[in-house]
Design a protein around this ligand. Structure first.
Ligand SMILES: Cc1cc2nc3c(=O)[nH]c(=O)nc-3n(C[C@H](O)[C@H](O)[C@H](O)COP(=O)(O)OP(=O)(O)OC[C@H]3O[C@@H](n4cnc5c(N)ncnc54)[C@H](O)[C@@H]3O)c2cc1C
Length: 550
């Protein structure tokens, strides 16, 4: 799912709103209910979530965007065409309004039946999914929907909220107080003071001042359909590549799966500008795009995905296992896959936090690239993620300084990337260098580099610093419940010591608590690659089946 697109041609619009043929409508009829709609009747409104997909049998209906109280018709749908986009899979709220233009005969297929058709009928399933994804791309590209973010490019919370909405593929309009000429009208209309920035206007009129990600998720209904009273077959903690793979395989094989994600789908890979070594994508794929595709795939098979909800504790006593969440809730699962990955390593500079998101970044996506367009930037790190970031950002930044503490890149970076960096005129490799201090007022303004060999330091007028120096595992919340290695990664399978409690051998990827698995970067000995994480997430589901059957 690409996130941006240019204006659509009439052919592309036709492709987005295709007609079903008579045979396809006949197959759908068994799963739906016919109903008449009166002229002007609203079939579902922006914010509604209970409706199904409507297929027009006779007459016509229109799909419209509603913004600032005004309606703009996106498309009129005639006989054979149908409503719906990816929200239809998750049960999240509709981003558009749909009404009958004239007396019309419709076939409504509810969500449960839609999922049945998508799994049982390959042709219809592919048709719906393809169209739903295209429509979501359209909604994002045209900022259609119920979210307006007013912020500043100098504010770390603005960056946080933009990243959260973008990584959840939630369409939104961004208004920058620094650059948008019409901003005062919007501020006056909603009685917002500049000190309140960032402000999220949710569903047209609800004004959230600097909301947390969880508040934003609640307002847009991103966690609709999560049932805390259920005991799930499988709970996956983390929606990075390994967790999403576990969700896709688990749900597609009939398990009732819940994924709990503290931020947004994608994990570390979601912050990667271009992954070039993932099988099947010879031209590379952005982490965001890979995550969006995996997210839709997991939802297509019926996995439930909760975002902005972090696991805070795992009760390891007996199955079903309870996971306590940071908002006070808890969920239960007969088996658990821990896929919480790792967190970026930080710089040992006292005022680092003050510049995080305000000049200091841990990911290099189009959002960050836009912020530092035409400017001088520094990247710290000698691994592949630093190399990719350097190549990607060299396309928009004026000058890129790549700083490494050692003599060069040969030991730590793939050869193809080193070759590209060497031939890129606006990337300068600076070896034997570390960051001594950061300076600025609100936003990063200057960085002091220190040569670790000579001890000399230099001040540079650089306002954007990217830290790509590796990661520590997200295991602190497990609080001694599982066996970890010296670096706090989770031990699994044959690596487990005498703490393994059963007579049978542990399964591959099984932790010291039977029925609890660890996959991807959080696991001791993992490869720290997207493909490896996806492979482990998929494999673990095979062992979950064995646990559930025992
Ligand atoms: C910038 C960058 C570029 C990269 N490029 C490549 C590349 O080109 N090729 C390659 O193969 N690899 C690349 N990698 C490495 C790759 O991204 C990781 O190996 C992969 O993402 C690991 O997947 P994972 O699912 O195990 O963990 P993660 O991707 O770390 O995902 C873990 C998820 O768990 C969530 N989480 C954490 N704690 C909790 C909690 N308590 N409760 C709920 N959720 C939680 C996190 O928010 C996160 O979404 C790159 C990494 C980075 C940072």
């Amino acid at each position: 799912m690409a996130i941006t697109t240019n204006a659509e041609t009439p052919e592309q619009l036709d492709e987005m709103f295709p007609k079903l043929d008579e045979a396809q409508i006949a197959r759908l009829a068994a799963f739906g209910v016919e109903r008449r709609a009166q002229p002007g009747e609203i079939l579902f409104d922006q914010g509604d979530s209970q409706h199904g997909v409507f297929v027009v049998l006779e007459g016509s209906i229109e799909v419209a965007n509603v913004a600032k109280g005004e309606e703009t018709v996106i498309r009129v749908l005639g006989p054979g065409t149908f409503t719906g986009e990816v929200n239809q899979l998750s049960g999240r709220r509709s981003l558009v309004r749909c009404r009958a233009r004239e007396s019309s005969l419709l076939l409504e297929v509810d969500r449960a039946n839609l999922r049945r058709i998508m799994q049982a009928d390959a042709v219809l399933g592919e048709k719906f999914l393809r169209v739903f994804v295209m429509r979501r791309v359209y909604l994002i590209a045209h900022s259609v929907g119920d979210a307006v973010l007013i912020g500043s490019s100098h504010s770390s919370d603005t960056l946080r909220l933009r990243a959260f909405l973008t990584r959840n593929s939630h369409p939104h309009t961004y208004v920058d107080v620094e650059h948008d000429p019409d901003v005062q009208t919007v501020l006056d209309h909603f009685a917002i003071r500049v000190e309140d920035i960032p402000v999220l206007i949710c569903r047209g009129d609800l004004v959230l001042r600097n909301p947390t990600n969880a508040e934003a998720a609640a307002c847009f209904g991103l966690n609709a359909g999560i049932d805390e009273a259920s005991v799930y077959d499988l709970i996956v903690v983390g929606a990075g590549p390994s967790g999403l793979a576990a969700a896709v395989y688990g749900a597609s094989e009939g398990l009732n799966v819940l994924v709990v994600e503290s931020h947004a789908p994608g994990g570390q890979a979601g912050s990667s500008s271009r992954i070039e070594n993932y099988l099947g994508f010879p031209m590379g794929i952005s982490g965001q795009e890979l995550a969006s595709r995996a997210f839709v795939q997991a939802e297509k098979f019926g996995a439930h995905i909760a975002v902005a909800r972090a696991a805070r504790a795992l009760k390891c006593v007996n199955p079903p296992y309870t996971i306590e969440l940071d908002d006070g809730g808890s969920v239960q699962g007969r088996s658990i896959i821990l896929a919480a990955g790792a967190q970026y390593r930080k710089l040992d500079v006292p005022n680092l936090e003050q510049f995080e998101g305000a000049g200091v970044y841990y990911g290099a996506t189009p959002v960050e690239a836009q912020l530092c367009g035409g400017e001088e930037i520094a990247i710290v790190g000698g691994g592949n993620s630093a190399g990719q970031a350097a190549m990607f950002l060299s396309g928009s930044a004026r000058q890129v300084h790549l700083l490494v503490r050692g003599p060069g890149l040969a030991e730590t970076m793939s050869r193809y990337l080193i070759a590209r960096i060497e031939s890129c005129p606006n990337i300068t490799l600076t070896p034997w260098t570390e960051i001594e201090s950061l300076e600025g007022n609100g936003h990063l303004e200057r960085i002091r580099f220190r040569n670790v060999k000579t001890g000399t330091s230099e001040l540079h007028e650089i306002e954007h610093l990217f830290l790509m120096t590796g990661a520590n595992p997200n295991t602190a919340w497990l609080n001694g419940c599982l066996e970890l290695d010296a670096k706090q990664f989770i031990k699994t399978g044959a690596d487990l010591g005498p703490e393994w409690p059963l007579l049978r051998d542990p399964h591959l990827l099984e932790t010291s608590v039977p029925g609890v698995f660890a996959v991807g970067d959080i696991r001791a000995g993992s490869l720290k690659r997207v493909a490896a994480a996806v492979g482990e997430g998929s494999m673990a589901v095979q062992f979950v089946h064995k646990i559930l059957a025992s």
